[in-house]
Design a protein around this ligand. Structure first.
Ligand code: HBI
Length: 369
C-alpha cells in the first residue's frame, strides 16, 4: 500500500519512558511531542499517543501504559550497559505498539533508549525515530547507527551540531524544532531580572548562571524541574548571597508569562544541547538569549542580533554579555522564531520526513503479513 503526500496518515506516537507527559521530567521531548501531535491533527492526520501511566495528552487520543521507568540516559557513562527494570514501562510501551501496529501507517519513537531501535526490524510498520539528544553511550550510538543503515532516512535529529556528535551525522535527517507561536506574547518592556529555565541537573550548568547573578547583582528567576536535589541544594549553599529565586516547574502558559518579562534568558549547558526548546520559547517573547557557544544553541542564537554566544563555561563571558543587552532589539528575537521555528515550519518538515520514510518503506505484500 503506498501513500500519496496528500493522504491522511494514521500515526502512533510512542513517548519517552522517562516520567509521564505533563511531569516535566521528560524535558524538551514533551513539548516536541505535543507540538508535532498538534500539527499532525491540524493537517488532517489521525494519531494516538502512547505514554507512561499518569500522562496527560492535551485532549488528544492517549493510551497510558504502566510499568517501571528507565534511568535517564544522560546520567549513564559512555560504556553503560543496556538495563531494563522489571516490569519495564519501555518494554510495555513497545509491546503495545507491536500489538496495534497493523492499524497504523507509521510509528514515531520519541524515546532515547535502546529497545525501540533494536525492535525496529521486527516490526512490519515503519518507525520514524526522533532522536532527542546527542551521543551519550556506545550502546545507543551502535543501535541508532544500525537503524540508520538498515532503514535510511528514519533517524531524525534537531540540529546539525547534535548530528555531528554521532559518527553517522550524514545519515541523520535534520528537523529543527517548532513551537506554537500563539502561546507566546511579545514583551517590549521587560523587568530588570533575567531567567534560567531547564531541568535542574549537572549537565545544565545552573551554577554558572547563579554565579553571574551573584557577580552582577542582577536577579535570576529559576524555572524548571528539580531532577537532582543534591545538585540544587549545593548551588543554594555555594551562592547564598546571589539574588536568585526558584519559581518551580511551570506548564508552558505559566512559563511564558514569567519568561516574557525577563531582560534575557541565560542558557549554560555543560553538554551538547540537541536543540534548546527554551531558547525559541524565550526568543518568541522577545527575550534575548545569552548562551554558551555549544550544541544546538549555537545554531539558534545569532550573536549580537538575538542574544550573545559566550565562550563555553565562562562566567565572565556571561557577565560581559549581560552588560551589552541594550544592543539587542527584542523584536528581532520574535521575528527569528516566526521565520524559522514556528509550528507550521516544523510541521512542514515533519510531514515531509514522514512521507520520505513511507515512500521508501516497502511493506511486505498485503496478505502475507
Ligand atoms: N533518558 N533513558 C532515557 N530515555 C529518554 O527518552 C530520555 C532520557 N533522558 C532525557 C530525555 N529523554 C529528554 O529529557 C530529552 O530527550 C529532552
Amino acid at each position: 500500500m503506498t501513500t500519496k503526500a496528500s493522504d491522511p496518515l494514521k500515526i502512533l506516537l510512542v513517548s519517552s519512558p522517562i516520567g509521564y507527559l505533563g511531569s516535566g521530567s521528560g524535558g524538551g521531548v514533551e513539548l516536541t511531542l505535543q507540538n508535532i501531535a498538534t500539527q499532525l491533527i491540524q493537517r488532517g492526520h489521525t494519531l494516538k499517543i502512547v505514554a507512561p501511566k499518569g500522562s496527560t495528552a492535551w485532549g488528544m487520543p492517549l493510551v497510558e501504559i504502566a510499568g517501571n521507568s528507565q534511568k535517564s540516559a544522560q546520567t549513564l557513562g559512555r560504556d553503560a550497559p543496556i538495563i531494563l527494570p522489571a516490569s519495564s514501562v519501555l518494554a510495555n510501551l513497545w509491546d503495545y505498539a507491536r500489538s496495534v501496529q497493523a492499524e497504523y501507517d507509521l510509528i514515531v519513537n520519541f524515546a532515547y533508549d535502546w529497545l525501540p531501535f533494536y525492535l525496529t526490524p521486527f516490526f512490519n510498520c515503519p518507525i520514524a525515530h526522533l532522536v532527542s539528544m546527542g551521543s551519550l553511550t556506545e550502546a545507543m550510538d551502535q543501535i541508532i547507527e544500525q537503524v540508520a543503515t538498515q532503514f535510511p532516512g528514519t533517524i531524525g535529529v534537531h540540529t546539525r551540531s547534535q548530528a555531528q556528535t554521532f559518527t553517522f551525522a550524514d545519515r541523520c535527517h535534520c528537523l529543527g524544532n517548532g513551537i506554537d507561536l500563539s502561546r507566546y506574547d511579545f514583551c517590549a518592556d521587560p523587568e530588570t531580572w533575567v531567567g534560567w529555565v531547564g531541568r535542574i541537573a549537572p549537565e545544565k550548568g545552573l551554577e554558572d548562571a547563579v554565579a553571574a547573578s551573584g557577580l552582577t547583582g542582577i536577579g535570576l528567576k529559576i524555572m524548571g524541574f528539580v531532577e537532582n536535589e543534591g545538585y540544587w541544594q549545593q548551588i543554594v549553599l555555594d551562592y547564598l548571597d546571589a539574588p536568585i529565586e526558584y519559581e518551580g516547574f511551570l506548564p508552558t502558559d505559566e512559563l511564558q508569562r514569567r519568561l516574557r518579562v525577563c531582560r534575557a534568558l541565560l542558557m549554560t549547558p555543560r553538554w551538547i544541547e540537541a536543540f534548546g526548546n527554551v531558547a525559541i520559547e524565550a526568543l518568541a517573547c522577545g527575550v534575548p538569549v545569552i548562551a554558551y557557544r555549544r550544541g544546538g544553541l549555537a545554531e539558534i542564537v545569532e550573536d549580537g542580533k538575538t542574544g550573545f554566544l559566550v565562550e563555553p563555561d565562562s562566567v565572565d563571558g556571561l557577565v560581559e554579555a549581560l552588560g551589552k543587552l541594550d544592543q539587542i532589539d527584542r523584536y528581532a528575537c520574535r521575528q527569528r522564531v516566526e521565520a524559522e521555528y514556528s509550528n507550521q515550519a516544523m510541521g512542514d518538515r515533519i510531514e515531509q520526513w514522514f512521507h520520505d520514510i513511507l515512500s521508501k518503506h516497502l511493506r511486505p505484500a498485503e496478505g502475507n503479513l
